[in-house]
Each structure stands twice: as structure tokens, then as C-alpha cells.
Design a protein around this ligand. Structure first.
Ligand code: RFL
Ligand code: PHB
Length: 394
């Protein structure tokens, strides 16, 4: 088999890249380790920045998002028993976010790929990347007892944090920066109306909590839990009881509980790989970086990586220039580090750090209190949450 771009991974990064390349008339094959059902079963992101929604429109897959997604102009922060609204629209001069689940984004991209008859190999085993330090890279994989080879011009590593692409880069050429947080998020999805029409981020002595949503009838809630907790320890009742303890009395009273559709625990980490390019192989999305989910930045960063990568590849073929390819890593990393900083900071002020002593909680309360009473403090939260402009700092 031969293609121009071999994309490893059919998560949102790989599917979006495939769609943008297709729009520009560039061939790509996507190779995915899992089944489509497995990919859709992972409940993850919920908040899209304007940059991401614009890109989904550009890829021609924004229709259902605009019809069914929920536009949010603000969110609440709850600490010391009081809720404070962050008016995103007012504080940023009109910017908003879109609440639309990653599952739906992935679904829309899968449907568009299928409708266009574009090739995706699911359940590909033992995927390997070869010769990306030459102009003739190759991808091999096993399927139905046979080994297959894809010859290509470029390899796009969209294979997430545990993928094969980053792991195949020469150790001497790669630098990794990592911080693992001493807790995880226990998430629960349920067909119950959201407790509030906007998101509530909660700083509580018992630990962080988040009230999010997918629609007027579907809610997504998270609780900070010790890393040692196992999902079997958390019955639905235990989850709802703990959530109520972390909410203000009005929200606790209003909370409608119900059976969980999904429950899972995710560890929290900050992680960046430098560089994101190794010859003819590029890393995009979670393959190159991870943020703790507090700032809702992971999927949005993946979208901007993909935007820069697709532009660079299109320029390579159409304008015969390697300028975009050469600057890909540096351009992405600037935006990535800014989002890493915000996500780390927001995580640090909103979670309970059990080993840091009582002073940490007191300092957090003082910082949150300061932020809520300072116009510049509020603006700092809002402009980062909606996403910094693409040309920020240029
Ligand atoms: P994915 O989604 O992990 O997809 C990678 C795909 O590659 C496949 N793969 C392989 N395929 C072939 N060969 C191999 N060797 C392979 N190894 C792996 C995998 O099966 C998979 O299908 O990465 P991608 O596409 O870069 O997308 C990134 C996003 O998924 C991620 O950043 C977000 O989910 C992060 N995130 C959030 N981001 C936001 O922007 N807003 C949010 O509100 C938000 N909330 C969240 C989140 C992530 C969370 N968790 C569970 C980590 C909330 C949570 C709880
Ligand atoms: C979600 O709805 O899953 C969600 C929302 C906001 C976050 C993280 C996750 O910061």
C-alpha cells in the first residue's frame, strides 16, 4: 500500500487530521489499534474552545455540534462555601466555549470519514514505524494473521500518550518533562439533568469536584480521589453522597442522582515532549503532551497541533516549501507550554494536596479570594479558559 500521510491513531487528532488533509486533496490512511466502538466508549473531554469549533467547521463536521452543543458564556467556582461566577463573555470581550462531548466529536469525524470512503484500518496489531529519518518512511502492522506495509511521505503520530510513535523516537533526540499529581479524577456519566446550567468547579477540604454536562438530560461529574482508589470501591451511592458533601447547600439540594452509565478513574499528569518532529514523523495531540483536565485544554491543544500540521503538509505539497514542517514543533510547543502552565496552575489552586499541610489550603483560599476580587485576576482565568488567541505573544 502507498499513501502520502500514514496517520497512527483514530482518536480526535488522527480523525481531524485525516479530514483536513482530505479537504486539501491529500491521501491518508489511518491505522488504529482498537475497534471503533472502543474508541467511542472512552468518555473524555467536554469543553471546546472557539479555535477547536472553528477547525471542526473547516473540516466540514461542525453541523451537529452547532445544533446540539451547548454554548456557555461562563462557569462557577465554588470555594469556602460560596459560588462565584466567571463571566467569560464579559471578561474576554465576547468569547464563549462550547460544551460538546469528545465522543460526539469523534462520532462526527468517523461519520464524515466513512461518508467520504476514506480508509481506516481498525484493530491493527503490532503497529511499527520505520525509516522516518529518510524521505521514504514506512508503517507496518498485523491484521487477520498477515503483515501489511504502508509506504508514505510522512507519518503523523496521533496515537495518544501510550502510543508507538513517541516510543519509537531515538532516546538521544527526545526530552520529556513530566509531573504526576498525587490524586486522580473519578468520573461518572448519568442520564440525569445537570445540577446547574453551567459548569461548577469546586475547591473543598474533602477534595476537588466538577459538575459538568453533555446535554439538558445528561450529566458528567468528577471527584478528586486518592490514586490508590479502585473503581470497585465506588458504588453509585457512594459517589453521589461524596459529591453532595463537596457542593454548596443549594446545589446539594438540587442535585438529581441516578444510575451511572460509565464510571472511571483517570490519573492526572502534566507532560511535554520536545521536539514534536523526528525527520518525517510528527507527534500531535496526547502523543506529544498531556495536561491535567482541570483547564479543559487537552482536546483543544490536540486541535491546534493538527491545524498547524495539516497546514504544514498542505504547504509542502502545494507550495513546495518545507517552512511549515520545519517550524511545526516550535510553533506548537509555544502554545502547549502556555496551556500546560494554565492547567497546572488551575489544578494547583483547586485540588487538595494531602501531603502539603494545612498551610496549602489556607494559601489557596487567599489566592481564590484575591482572584475573585480582582478584575485582572478574573480576566487571567477567563482569557486562558476560553483559549489564548493563536497569535498570542507574536
Ligand atoms: P487519544 O484520544 O488518546 O487517541 C489516540 C488513539 O491512538 C490509538 N493508539 C494506537 N493506534 C495504533 N497503534 C498504536 N500503537 C496505538 N496506540 C494508541 C488509541 O487507541 C487511540 O484511539 O489522543 P488524541 O486523538 O490526541 O486526543 C486527545 C484527547 O483525547 C485528550 O487530550 C482529551 O480527552 C483531554 N481531556 C479534555 N480535553 C479538553 O480539551 N477539554 C476537556 O474538557 C477535557 N476533559 C480530558 C478531559 C481527558 C480526560 N481523561 C480521561 C484523560 C477529561 C478527562 C477525564
Ligand atoms: C467534562 O465535561 O468532561 C469536562 C469539563 C471540563 C473540564 C474537564 C472535563 O475541565
Amino acid at each position: 500500500m502507498r499513501t502520502q500521510v500514514a496517520i497512527i491513531g483514530a482518536g480526535p487528532s488522527g480523525l481531524l487530521l485525516g479530514q483536513l488533509l482530505h479537504k486539501a486533496g491529500i491521501d491518508a490512511i489511518i491505522v488504529e489499534r482498537q475497534t471503533p466502538e472502543y474508541v467511542l466508549g472512552r468518555i473524555r473531554a467536554g469543553v471546546l474552545e472557539q479555535v477547536a469549533t472553528d477547525l471542526l467547521d473547516e473540516a466540514g463536521v461542525g453541523q451537529r455540534m452547532h445544533a446540539e452543543g451547548l454554548v456557555h458564556t461562563g462557569f462557577d467556582m465554588l470555594f469556602n462555601g460560596t459560588r462565584h461566577r466567571i463571566d467569560l463573555e464579559k471578561l474576554t470581550g465576547g468569547k464563549k466555549v462550547m460544551v460538546y462531548g469528545q465522543t460526539e466529536v469523534t462520532h462526527d469525524l468517523m461519520d464524515a470519514r466513512k461518508a467520504a470512503g476514506l480508509p481506516t484500518v481498525y484493530e491493527a496489531a503490532n503497529v511499527q514505524v520505520h525509516d522516518f529519518d529518510t524521505t521514504q518512511p514506512r508503517v507496518t502492522y498485523e491484521k487477520d494473521g498477515q503483515t501489511h506495509t504502508i509506504d508514505c511521505d510522512f507519518i503523523a503520530g496521533c496515537d495518544g500518550f501510550h502510543g508507538v510513535c513517541r516510543a519509537s523516537a531515538p532516546r538521544s533526540a527526545i526530552k520529556e518533562f513530566e509531573k504526576v499529581y498525587p490524586f486522580g479524577w473519578l468520573g461518572l456519566l448519568s442520564d440525569t439533568p445537570p445540577v446547574h446550567h453551567e459548569l461548577i468547579y469546586v475547591n473543598h477540604p474533602r477534595g476537588f469536584a466538577l459538575c459538568s454536562q453533555r446535554s439538558a438530560t445528561r450529566s458528567r461529574y468528577y471527584l478528586q480521589v486518592p490514586l490508590t482508589d479502585k473503581i470497585e470501591q465506588w458504588s453509585d451511592d457512594a459517589f453521589w453522597n461524596e459529591l453532595k458533601l463537596r457542593l454548596d447547600p443549594e446545589a446539594a439540594e438540587k442535585l438529581i442522582t441516578g444510575p451511572s452509565l460509565e464510571k472511571s478513574i483517570a490519573p492526572l499528569r502534566s507532560f511535554v515532549t520536545e521536539p514534536l518532529r523526528f525527520g518525517r514523523m510528527f507527534l500531535a495531540g496526547d502523543a506529544g503532551h498531556i495536561v491535567p483536565p482541570t483547564g479543559a485544554k487537552g482536546l483543544n491543544l490536540a486541535a491546534t497541533d493538527v491545524k498547524y500540521l495539516s497546514n504544514a503538509i498542505v504547504e509542502f505539497y502545494q507550495d513546495k516549501t518545507e517552512a511549515g514542517i520545519d517550524s511545526y514543533s516550535e510553533r506548537c510547543l509555544k502554545r502547549i507550554w502556555r496551556a500546560e502552565r494554565f492547567s497546572w496552575w488551575f489544578t494547583s489552586i483547586m485540588h487538595n494536596f494531602p501531603d502539603d499541610g494545612a498551610i496549602t489550603g489556607k494559601l489557596q483560599q487567599a489566592e481564590l479570594d484575591y482572584l475573585m476580587h480582582s478584575e485582572s485576576g478574573l480576566k487571567t482565568i477567563a482569557e486562558n479558559y476560553v483559549g489564548l488567541p493563536l497569535n498570542f505573544g507574536e
